[in-house]
Design a protein around this ligand. Sequence first.
Ligand SMILES: NC(=O)c1ccc[n+]([C@@H]2O[C@H](COP(=O)([O-])OP(=O)(O)OC[C@H]3O[C@@H](n4cnc5c(N)ncnc54)[C@H](O)[C@@H]3O)[C@@H](O)[C@H]2O)c1
Ligand SMILES: [Zn+2]
Ligand SMILES: [Zn+2]
Length: 362
Amino acid sequence: MTHEVRGVVSRAKGEPVSVETVLVPDPGPGEALIGVQACGVCHTDLHYREGGIGDDYPYLLGHEAAGVVEAVGPGVTGVVPGDFVILNWRAVCGECRACRRGRPWYCFATHNATQKMTLADGTPLSPALGIGAFAEKTLVAAGQATKVDARARPEAAGLLGCGVMAGYGAAVNTGGVQRDDTVAVFGCGGVGNAAIAAARLVGARTIIAVDVDPRKLESATDFGATHTVDGSKEDPVERIRALTEGNGADVCIEAVGRPEVLEQAFYARDLAGTVVQVGVPTPDMALPAIPMIDFFGRGGALRPSWYGDCLPSRDFPLLIDLYLQGRFDLDRFVSETISLDDVEHAFDKMERGEVLRSVVTI
Ligand SMILES: NC(=O)c1ccc[n+]([C@@H]2O[C@H](COP(=O)([O-])OP(=O)(O)OC[C@H]3O[C@@H](n4cnc5c(N)ncnc54)[C@H](O)[C@@H]3O)[C@@H](O)[C@H]2O)c1
Ligand SMILES: [Zn+2]
Ligand SMILES: [Zn+2]
């Protein structure tokens, strides 16, 4: 049986998205059909629309989602119909060279559904990050559906599927932030604020938020920043040094995706400190021209972070439990709930910096 649903499609580079009829097949071997309940609007969806990720139009957008398993295909044992799940874009394969060496959070061969979802005329769709969840139903590999406690609100839980997990993981998994650390976070959107909340959760002593928008600095304080720096008015490197006894921060997290910000993060870091880059650059950007002697002489590490080096089966249930205990405030990321018809409008609000997350509810 094929399911006829509404979904948000990007048909061509730079053009507004539209709500279209999408045909979703019943799950085949290893697949799961998900009734989507909520899906956040992430900057990466806009990157797809702008052509920054690829040229495989039409795209079925949306990838930060929670919902309920409606059906599973042959051979699926991990989830059953009725399970409340968060969708992930790291369904680990268990067999690639990363998985075989016991490092599944780097899995190089993650699974997606094999069958295609299509437009009504049969044109195959490319689902964003292999998910495509701005739709009433979507088809994924069963490993992309991670079961969590069903008491969590879908609009909050879904955010763990991308941005919040990326920010939390950038701090805790990639950056290794621990108690007593000093941390600076550059860019306080959904991702940066999640890094700030994570740094507070694990006991960082000083958490410095840097942004060029005062509204974002206000939200960063709510998430746990101990100090804020307006990068449009003062030099973040000098301010961060001043706030850390002249040394710089142990961990600097770049959550914007721009070379000049990466350079600030590099120099705002203490000797032997770590720079984590979680912001996604565009293909035309190059690394800043940092003298090699500075790279060598300062020691430490520069670490890109994909999806916060997360392991969904470990991190999603953990963070949902912390959320339900009131220790990790996912609700605070939800600026508004919208319908499938409002995604284009939500992109405008995101670009104007008015929201942390608009979340489509279905
Ligand atoms: N690595 C991953 O796995 C992953 C996952 C999700 C998102 N991302 C990326 O993370 C980045 C942030 O995502 P988001 O959803 O939080 O975006 P966002 O647009 O909500 O936030 C970006 C923030 O950066 C601030 N900013 C802009 N220029 C700045 C500057 N020069 N200095 C300091 N701050 C500045 C903006 O004011 C804004 O608050 C994006 O590039 C996104 O694509 C990466
Ligand atoms: Zn693998
Ligand atoms: Zn995303």
